[in-house]
Design a protein around this ligand. Sequence first.
Ligand code: HH2
Length: 288
Amino acid sequence: MTEPARPLPARPSVEFGGLARVLVMGIVNVTPDSFSDGGRFLDPAAAVAHARRLIAEGADILDIGGESTRPGAAPVDEAEEIARVVPVIEAVRRESDVRLSIDTMKPAVARAAVAAGATMWNDVTALAGSPDSLPTAADLGCEVVLMHMQGEPRTMQAAPRYDDVVAEVAAFLAARAEAAIAAGVAPGKIWLDPGLGFGKSPEHNLALLRNLDRIAALGFPVLVGMSRKSSLAHIAGDRSREHQRLGGSIAAALAAAQAGAAAVRVHDVAETRQALAVAAAIGPFQRA
Ligand code: HH2
């Protein structure tokens, strides 16, 4: 006999034992060339429809980007990047109060995005991309994600090298948090991100995931993004394409949550939320 269909709660709770829920940041790439979904959401209407879908799937934050950071990606000029992201941010803001993050290296783009309704600046250069980045972040008063990258997007995957990847990434992030605070960013607005895949081999990414507690111990919420990245195929020893890496992406998200991440940055929101909910129900995450 089949059970009668019961409506599921729109957003299954994963709060167990008073532990904070791991937030899910959904990715909206308004680009022609992002590594896994480039070109799919370059049209603003398609990007807004995608944002709507991720919100319905339970995204806590949307990360909207107008420039790909994949190895070898072509740089985008400021006006073009603003023209890509601002209409999408405005349209989403008009219909939802979901938290919006702008994924950009450029202070002028961050400023335009915040004016349009974003409240978080996700910067893969950790506010070191321009001399204006730190003062702009302080002036905007928004949350900031400081991410570690070795090298620059064009060449970062050529030959990443560290003596001790975990210690070096942690020291860099601590120094950038200090620089942000010295520039006037409120400590409570700062997030850190180890930057998986940004000048990191698969082994470097694994070491960072295994030792994420050392980054969480710096005292700021940690964001982790491993979704669909090529390391997953290397680690699994398969030839999967980006959209075939959901299993690996979820495994990495669960490991990050277990190690104390405050949020995971993912393409597949519904599936990640489901995995986090089930894992948390089985055994609460050990939180730092
Ligand atoms: N990864 C990407 C882009 N931005 N930001 C943070 N904080 N952490 C990450 O791991 C991260 C990021 C790469 O993913 P995606 O946006 O899908 O690709 P692309 O840069 O090609 O647009």
